[in-house]
Design a protein around this ligand. Structure first.
Ligand code: SF4
Length: 400
């Protein structure tokens, strides 16, 4: 039976060489002991002996989706200061939430965050449910996030498999099947490892091991509590795991953005449609973003600006001089890269805003729900056109 079991396990885990020794099963308690000494201090993480706050756990997990710990930490602290409880978040206008979210990207998550806070207050009296099934019924909470909250906030033996955990499991078992096809196998193996004792700490320990020791390029196997049990290490090249299927090409979209600055230091903005990419966020007027964009016809889509009213009459002659800023603004969305050419025009004070647009003071741009791509556009356009407001937070470095 042992031989059959080992052979089956080798087949399942991709260890196909009969000469390869069968690694012993990793011991969860060894990882927990490592975690007790080496856990990361994260702003949302409860200290040893403290009861985790489900609101903070949920907030951090939503913010961390497809974003790094380093990038999230300052946003998390600002956001928590602004909305310290789920009730305060639920009661806030969506626009305020999106403004606080601006810069984190993936704005559908910002909208879902607000909807989820409302659902927790309305359906659960302000207390997050403690089961994966009930958590998954809330807006914006998928399988991974439900498992992470159940494990971390409520110490449930839920299996939260993020990129770090995927890598650790793929290496421990030297899984030859490439991701994402290997995800179900990774999940089964992760479940088999999860202990009933301290499952919340175990989930965080797996994440920390992947983030600090079992890193993508150069895993520090010598420091790993499971190095005697790791099949990839036994093979000699752990960094080759996990194998990944080749990425499908994401096609470049292009377009033009129009930055209109009024002589008294106001800029023309509009709000994107409620749903879809960057829904309800703020932007400068642009052409559609498409793969077959033709820059030669771009100005046909520029906002039509009338001259200021004189003697109570609007002067419909435009007379706007557009200037193309050299270079392009690039931005990478999940499904496509974007390249924008930027045109700038300076108009007289008193110029009316065309329909569906509005003027906003440059000095107040930091309070607008501007996604990163628009911060880049404004930074690109305003260098040399208008004095940089000290608090507009629009330098290219910051806008990245
Ligand atoms: S021994 Fe190395 S490759 Fe294996 S799990 Fe530990 S750090 Fe990762």
């Amino acid at each position: 039976m042992r031989v059959a079991g080992a052979a089956r396990r080798r087949k399942e885990t991709g260890v196909t060489s009969e000469a390869a020794p069968e690694p012993r099963r990793p011991d969860p308690s060894a990882l927990l002991a490592w975690y007790d000494c080496h856990r990361r201090a994260l702003p949302w993480r409860a200290a040893p002996g403290e009861t985790p706050d489900p609101y903070r756990v949920w907030l951090s997990e939503i913010m961390l989706q497809q974003t790094t710990v380093k990038a999230v930490a300052p946003y998390y602290l600002r956001f928590l200061h602004r909305f310290p409880t789920v009730e305060r978040l639920a009661a806030a206008p969506l626009d305020d939430v999106l403004k606080a979210w601006a810069g984190l990207g993936y704005y559908a998550r910002g909208r879902n965050l607000h909807a989820c806070a409302r659902a927790v207050v309305e359906r659960h009296g302000g207390r997050f449910p403690d089961s994966e099934a009930a958590l998954r019924m809330l807006p914006g909470i998928g399988a991974y996030t439900a498992a992470a909250i159940a494990a971390i906030a409520f110490d449930r033996p839920a299996v939260a498999v993020d990129g770090n955990v995927e890598r650790v499991i793929a290496r421990l078992h030297a899984i030859d099947e490439p991701l994402p096809a290997a995800k179900p196998l990774v999940r089964r193996l992760a479940r088999a490892l999860t202990p009933q004792h301290r499952p919340g700490d175990f989930a965080q320990a797996m994440m920390d091991l992947g983030a600090t020791v079992c890193t993508p390029k150069q895993p520090a196997c010598i420091l790993c509590p499971w190095n005697a049990h790791c099949a990839a290490r036994a093979r000699g090249e752990p960094a080759l795991f996990p194998h990944k299927a080749p990425k499908t090409e994401r096609r470049l979209r292009r377009g033009a953005a129009f930055v209109v600055v009024r002589a008294d230091g106001w800029v023309l903005l509009r709000t994107r449609p409620q749903h879809g990419l960057l829904g309800a966020m703020t932007e400068v007027p642009t052409t559609p973003w498409s793969e077959d964009f033709d820059a030669r016809g771009a100005l046909a889509a520029a906002p039509h600006l009338a001259l200021p009213r004189q003697n109570g009459q609007s002067n419909t002659r435009s007379g706007i001089k557009w200037r193309r800023i050299p270079g392009v603004v690039t931005h990478i969305f999940t499904h496509f890269p974007l390249e924008l050419v930027v045109y700038v025009a300076v108009v007289a004070r008193g110029t009316p805003a065309p329909g569906a647009t509005r003027w906003a003071a440059l000095s107040a741009l930091h309070g607008e729900a501007l996604p990163n791509v628009m911060r880049k556009v404004l930074a690109h356009a305003l260098d040399g056109v208008a004095p940089r407001p000290h608090n507009a937070r629009l330098s290219p470095a910051q806008a990245r």
